[in-house]
Design a protein around this ligand. Sequence first.
Ligand SMILES: CC(C)(COP(=O)(O)OP(=O)(O)OC[C@H]1O[C@@H](n2cnc3c(N)ncnc32)[C@H](O)[C@@H]1OP(=O)(O)O)[C@@H](O)C(=O)NCCC(=O)NCCS
Length: 85
Amino acid sequence: MGPEAQVTNLVIDPSHRRQGKGERLLSFLLEQARAEGCLRCTLDVRAANIAAQQLYGKAGFQMVGRRPGVYTAPMDDALLMEKCL
Ligand SMILES: CC(C)(COP(=O)(O)OP(=O)(O)OC[C@H]1O[C@@H](n2cnc3c(N)ncnc32)[C@H](O)[C@@H]1OP(=O)(O)O)[C@@H](O)C(=O)NCCC(=O)NCCS
C-alpha cells in the first residue's frame, strides 16, 4: 500500500523449520519491497507466537503497538511490529 509493505503470513513447512529458511524468505521479501520503493514494512503477530517474534526481531522489526483480543481460537492479542526499509 503506497510506501508501506505488509507481511500478512509467512509459513515454513514444519519439516523444514529451524534451518534458516524463514529468515532467508523474510530477507528476500524485504529486499523485494525495498526494490519496489517501499519505505517501511509492518506486520501483526500473535502475542503467544514467540518463534515468529524472535524471527522478526532478528530481522530488525520493533514492536510499536498492541491490539487486544484480535485473534480468535484461541483468543490472543496482536503485537504490531514495524521496520524501516
Ligand atoms: C516463524 C517461522 C516462519 C520461522 O521459520 P524458520 O524457518 O523455522 O526460522 P529460521 O530457522 O529462519 O529462524 C530464524 C530465527 O527465528 C527465530 N526462531 C525460529 N524458530 C524459533 C523457535 N521455535 N523458537 C524461538 N525462536 C525461533 C530465531 O531467532 C531464529 O534465529 P536463530 O536460528 O539464530 O536462533 C516458522 O516457525 C513457522 O512457519 N511458524 C508457523 C507460522 C507462523 O507462525 N508464521 C508467522 C505468522 S505472522
